[in-house]
Design a binder for this molecule. Structure first.
Ligand code: GRF
Length: 216
C-alpha cells in the first residue's frame, strides 16, 4: 500500500502532534500548519525537519477567506488525512465537506459527553466517575463525527482539573497515533449507518467502540 500523506493542524502546544511524529506511522507528515504564529508546536516540528506554515486567521477578513487560504495550504501537500491536533478554530461546513472522510480530530472527553471547551472542569463538576478522550472523524456538527476509538480514564477522589487533564492527555497520546495508523493501513470504514467499522485485527487491539467489519 502506498505511504499515506498527513498534514497536521495545530494551534498551540502540539503534544498530540509530537505523539504522532514519534509513532513511526506508515505515513509521511508533509507539513504542520498553524493558525497561531506563536504555537509552541511549530518550533517542535521545525526542529524535527518538518515543513511548517502559518495561516493566521487574524490576517483574513472573515472565516471564508481564512478557510480558503488554509485549504490552499493543505491541498499543496495532497493530504490523504488532515489531522486536527489541538486546532482551536471552528471549521465551517464547506471546509469540512471538502475533506469528508479524511479529517480526524481528538477531543478530550468521552463523546458525546462534554463537547466543546473546558471538558475536564465540566466532567469534575458533573461528578462523572469515568472520563476520557475520543478520536473521531470530523463532520459539520462540532465534536460529533463518527467515533474511531476512545480511551477511558477513572476520575479519582481529590482530582483537580490539571491532574485529570494530564491523565487524559497520556491516553490521547496513545490512541491518536493508533487511530491514524489504522487509517493509514486502510483498516477503517465509515459504514452506511455513519459509524466507523474496523477490521478484526484492530478490534483485538482494544478500546474500540464499533463492532468489527465482519459483524456488519
Ligand atoms: C488536547 O487535549 C486535545 O484533545 C484538544 O486540545 C488539546 C491539545 O493539546 N483538542 P496539544 O496541543 O496536542 O498538546
Amino acid at each position: 500500500m502506498a505511504e499515506k500523506t498527513l498534514v497536521i493542524l495545530i494551534s498551540g502546544r502540539g503534544s498530540n502532534m509530537e505523539a504522532v511524529l514519534d509513532a513511526r506511522l506508515p505515513a509521511r507528515v508533509a507539513a504542520v500548519v498553524s493558525n497561531n504564529p506563536q504555537a509552541r508546536g511549530l518550533g517542535v516540528a521545525a526542529r524535527r525537519g518538518i515543513a511548517t506554515a502559518v495561516v493566521d486567521h487574524r490576517a483574513y477578513p472573515d472565516r471564508t477567506a481564512f478557510e480558503a487560504a488554509l485549504a490552499a495550504e493543505l491541498d499543496r501537500h495532497r493530504p490523504d488525512l488532515v489531522v486536527l491536533a489541538g486546532f482551536t478554530r471552528i471549521l465551517t461546513p464547506p471546509f469540512v465537506e471538502r475533506y469528508e472522510g479524511r479529517i480526524m480530530n481528538i477531543h478530550p472527553s468521552l463523546l458525546p459527553a462534554f463537547p466543546g471547551l473546558d471538558t475536564h472542569q465540566r466532567a469534575l463538576e458533573a461528578g462523572v466517575r469515568i472520563h476520557g478522550c475520543t478520536v473521531h472523524f470530523v463532520t459539520t456538527t462540532l465534536d460529533s463525527g463518527p467515533i474511531v476509538v476512545q480511551a477511558a480514564v477513572p476520575v479519582e477522589a481529590g482530582d483537580t482539573e490539571a491532574r485529570l487533564a494530564a491523565r487524559v492527555l497520556a491516553q490521547e497520546h496513545r490512541i491518536y497515533p493508533q487511530a491514524i495508523r489504522w487509517f493509514c493501513e486502510g483498516r477503517l470504514r465509515i459504514g452506511r449507518d455513519g459509524a466507523v467499522a474496523v477490521d478484526a485485527a484492530c478490534a483485538a487491539e482494544g478500546a474500540l467502540t464499533a463492532p468489527p467489519l465482519e459483524a456488519r
